[in-house]
Unconditional design. Structure first.
Lengths: 137, 131
């Protein structure tokens, strides 16, 4: 463990590091996709609760499932599922972009922009594909 | 090399490579490992569930109780909650400044993730093995 903190002297009024996007820093594709990765990640953590709820509803039997499934089919359920589908697929595509960065590839500005647009396009195409499969049935 | 002689870091510190966080690259690495695992698992899941969208309860239960599906679902739930915990931890560490509140928030979130994963595994086992 660390040593006990010394008695706090009043800190000089230094500027705190501000949240940069907004008044200090022009929004760009790169920063927007970065924060979107985090937002979709948090949203997917909430979606994981729904996944467990769905599994518990199946495990609970026909009656439990009958009280759960209609909510998924309702307009708000479909809207949430659409949001979660795209969030998952965006987080997945942009995550692959991150994995390439981790391997040391794709750091030049033109490539960063191209891979950013590609991640968005791929996530939208995959979302259309998933919902196409769902509604073609 | 001259550059190495100039440093005050001991060779042991360099060999351990743990740095100031005292855990080295463990968090970074397991986040990547779980991410790679989740690529096939989550693609399999969304396209499987899309195909189930218009099915009734017996068909959904029949699908979920197949051994291969139950194993895939269990892998998905464990990896998803693990990856989620790693990511949420970073978000909390970034935005919760107070050490006390950070510790309590992280503890509660870790417990919540454990509960979610355990409930998911229980449901998968009950579907696959129970009657």
């Amino acid at each position: 463990m660390s040593s006990p903190a010394p008695q706090a002297k009043p800190l000089p009024a230094r500027p705190l590091s501000p949240f940069m996007i907004g008044p200090y820093y022009r929004p760009q594709l790169t920063s927007m996709l970065s924060i979107l990765h985090r937002i979709t990640g948090v949203g997917l953590s909430v979606g994981a609760v729904l996944l467990v709820g769905w599994l518990l509803a199946i495990a609970g039997g026909a009656w439990t499932y009958a009280s759960f499934a209609p909510h998924l089919g309702a307009w708000y359920g479909q809207l949430l599922l659409l949001g979660w589908t795209w969030s998952l697929l965006y987080h997945l595509c942009n995550g692959i972009r991150h994995l390439f960065w981790d391997l040391g590839h794709g750091y030049s500005i033109p490539v960063v922009y191209r891979s950013g647009y590609a991640a968005v396009a791929a996530s939208l195409l995959l979302t259309v594909a998933v919902w196409g499969v769902a509604y073609a049935r | 090399m001259p550059a190495e002689e100039a440093t005050l870091r001991s060779p042991l510190k360099r060999a351990r490579g743990y740095g100031s966080a005292k855990e080295g690259v463990q968090h970074f690495w397991v986040q990547r490992v779980s991410a790679v695992a989740l690529v096939p698992l989550s693609l399999w899941f969304v396209f499987s569930v899309a195909q189930l969208s218009s099915e009734n309860f017996p068909a959904v239960k029949h699908w979920a109780s197949a051994p291969s599906v139950a194993v895939m679902l269990a892998l998905l739930v464990v990896t998803l909650f693990y990856h989620s915990m790693l990511g949420i931890q970073v978000v909390v560490e970034d935005y919760v400044a107070s050490e006390g509140r950070k510790l309590v928030t992280l503890l509660l979130l870790k417990f919540a993730h454990a509960v979610g994963a355990a409930a998911g595994i229980f449901a998968i086992l009950k579907i696959a093995l129970g009657n």
